[in-house]
Design a protein around this ligand. Structure first.
Ligand code: AMP
Ligand code: ZN
Length: 113
């Protein structure tokens, strides 16, 4: 999608601090980090939110979760990290290209706000 900021990051049109990429995903540091490690993992293909995902998205979404573990280990937080998806405006989603926050490097509270 041409007016989507995360599509533009995936194609390299907008610069980012990328930490991992493969044929299906890219992962880059959040501009406004909420933890010492705060990486966003996105499918390259545009999908507005998890609520719009169908069975065809199962493989890429599974790949995101496996990649999160790899990236956490690469970032030195493999022993404790959180993966968060904000789905919909009321849950705090502000960018409508599905993305997973990988957070680590500090103690986390529960429940999240
Ligand atoms: P969410 O509120 O779950 O939709 O998360 C969107 C996240 O994207 C926020 O944590 C923002 O700080 C982050 N963000 C927005 N634009 C960029 C960008 N160009 N590069 C890196 N992170 C971004
Ligand atoms: Zn997009």
């Amino acid at each position: 999608m041409s007016d989507c900021v995360f599509c533009s990051i995936a194609t390299g049109k907008i610069p980012s601090d990328m930490v991992y990429q493969d044929e299906q995903l890219v992962a880059f540091r959040d501009l406004n980090p909420q933890a010492p490690v705060h990486v966003l993992i996105i499918p390259r293909a545009h999908l507005a939110s998890l609520a719009e995902a169908g069975p065809e998205h199962g493989p890429v979404l599974g790949h995101v979760l496996l990649a999160a573990g790899e990236i956490a280990r690469q970032e030195g937080v493999g022993d404790g990290y959180r993966v968060v998806n904000n789905c919909g405006e009321s849950a705090g989603q502000t960018v409508f290209h599905v993305h997973f926050h990988l957070l680590g490097g500090r103690d986390m509270g529960w429940p999240p706000g």
